[in-house]
Design a binder for this molecule. Structure first.
Ligand code: SAM
Length: 248
């Protein structure tokens, strides 16, 4: 009682729900869900009747206070998002902070997460990586965010929406160069799961070949800069600075 459980849910394949996740979802008093209708379908599928209340990006600050009152009354809560691990590019950060500050226990269940699933099968270095979530939606912001990562030597992991994937790949090619290796993991755990790997130019060509290829959920992973690429970038920058006074 008085505990908040963080419960990951499937990212496409219902078989990926864990036995423990089902146990917790059935046992708690209330489930805080990003979208209650979406979560209700999942719960119905597994015959779970627990009450669900909404907690999403637009109400999570106010809702957190209400959740604390449940915990105060000795009730237990589970937090779920539409798919994958809550708080990973999903709501829940204000709630977890508030619950911890109030001195209640927070217990996280391990489970599906698109970033980790993608990374584990991509064939890029995994000894060190950084999770960058979603890039800014506007072009200038996206380029700027990528520029701050130009010398990053760890594998970079991004979430992306199908609508913007080509723009993002173009920005990656522009900032990191056309020969940088990248991998896009599409529709993970689903019927048409696909990994596309190659240089940024090759991956862009694959997506451009058929428009349908741009559909579906995807994780974009970029190999970290090698020392040479980093030096190449520095040299290019120095050259550009030298040439600038000569430009018309
Ligand atoms: N909390 C989730 C998690 O743990 O992975 C991520 C939620 S975020 C709002 C949604 C993004 O995750 C999508 O735009 C996509 O980048 C990625 N994603 C989710 N499910 C995926 C799947 N089945 N295959 C590939 N990417 C997926």
């Amino acid at each position: 009682s008085g505990t908040l459980y963080i419960v990951p849910t499937p990212i496409g394949n219902l078989g990926d729900i864990s036995a423990r996740a089902l146990e917790v979802l059935a046992a708690v008093d209330v489930i805080a869900a990003e979208d209650t209708r979406h979560t209700r379908k999942l719960l119905n599928h597994f015959g779970i009747g627990t009450k669900a209340v909404s907690l999403h990006a637009h109400n999570e600050n106010q809702r957190s206070a209400q959740m604390l009152s449940y915990l105060d009354n000795g009730q237990s809560l589970a937090l779920v998002s539409d798919a994958g691990t809550p708080l990973i590019s999903d709501p829940g950060y204000p709630l977890v902070t508030a619950v911890r500050q109030a001195g209640f226990e927070v217990i996280a269940l391990p489970g599906p997460c698109a970033a980790i699933t993608a990374l584990s099968a991509a064939g890029l270095a995994t000894d060190r990586f950084c999770f960058e979530g979603f890039l800014p939606a506007k072009k200038a912001g996206r380029i700027e965010a990528l520029q701050t990562l130009a010398a990053e030597s760890r594998t970079m992991v991004f979430y992306e929406s199908p609508r913007r994937v080509l723009d993002t790949l173009a920005a990656i090619a522009e900032v990191f160069g056309e020969s940088r290796q990248l991998v896009v993991a599409k529709e993970l755990t689903k019927r048409f799961e696909t990994f596309i790997s190659g240089t940024s130019a090759e991956v862009i060509a694959w997506f451009q070949a058929e428009q349908e290829r741009q559909q579906g959920e995807m994780v974009v992973m970029v190999a970290g800069a090698t020392k040479e690429q980093d030096q190449g970038f520095e040299q290019a920058l120095q050259l550009a600075n030298k040439l600038q006074p000569l430009m018309p």
